[in-house]
Write a protein that binds this ligand. Structure first.
Ligand code: G3P
Length: 222
């Protein structure tokens, strides 16, 4: 499973890139607005992210009608070659998706909450579909069921739309997404770092080093 970071925070992104752990980035209007703060420009931030990461960078349109979405998406696509235009799972979003794809622009169809929505996104030739697992869990549904349903549907018909598990909130979401066959999991930086941590790794390392210290100093050479 590919791992994307779900953030527009450049320092978080650079740390993950330096660690060689991520394959791409997803942003959304909320994340870009937070990163831009009072003075920053979302387009400039996206440009820097695209330069920092060798992988797809999702950037979302904010219009509600297909014509304006297409206009916005084309502007976003000009920022860098690795931009993926993100469009919402609405009728207009699917129309825009088809139009982007006809021009060779990759599309991430976002805000997916049902298997029927995912089926239609694949038929609109979406490059990625983003089911929001955490937000389904928030309303007492099982977000992971949706990933499993989409996997079966896409495999039944050999759709090549990639399942991008989004709204991941904790490491179990990552494990379950990978087990369910999601192609990508996008997660906040906090979750990425949680994937590395294990208390038995920490205590094991501490005891190995304590034993090593028992050797006379002049023999503690590797
Ligand atoms: O990429 C979509 C994701 O950012 C949504 O996550 O935690 O706001 O539901 P969340």
């Amino acid at each position: 499973m590919k791992i994307f970071l779900d953030t527009a925070d450049l320092s978080e992104i650079r740390r993950a890139v330096d660690a060689g752990l991520i394959d791409g980035i997803t942003t959304n209007p909320s994340l870009l607005s937070k990163a831009a703060g009072a003075e920053g420009s979302p387009a400039e931030i996206l440009k820097e992210i695209c330069a920092a990461v060798d992988g797809p960078i999702s950037a979302e349109v904010v219009a509600l009608d297909a014509d304006t979405m297409v206009r916005e998406g084309k502007k976003l696509a000009k920022i860098a070659d690795n931009i993926v235009v993100k469009a919402p799972l609405t009728e207009d979003g699917l129309v825009a998706c088809r139009r982007f794809r006809a021009e060779g622009i990759p599309v991430n169809v976002t805000l997916c909450f049902s298997p029927t929505q995912a089926l239609l996104a694949a038929k609109a030739d979406a490059t990625y579909i983003s089911p929001f697992v955490g937000r389904l869990d928030d309303i007492s549904h099982d977000g992971m069921d949706l990933i499993r349903q989409i996997r079966v549907i896409y495999d039944n018909y050999a759709f090549d739309t990639q399942i991008l598990a989004a709204s991941i909130r904790h490491p179990s979401h990552v494990v379950e997404s990978a087990m369910a066959g999601a192609d990508v999991g996008t997660m906040p930086a906090k979750v990425l770092w949680q994937l590395i941590k294990h208390p038995l790794t920490d205590s094991g390392l501490a005891s190995f080093l304590a034993d090593w210290e028992k050797l006379p100093e002049d023999r503690r050479v590797i």
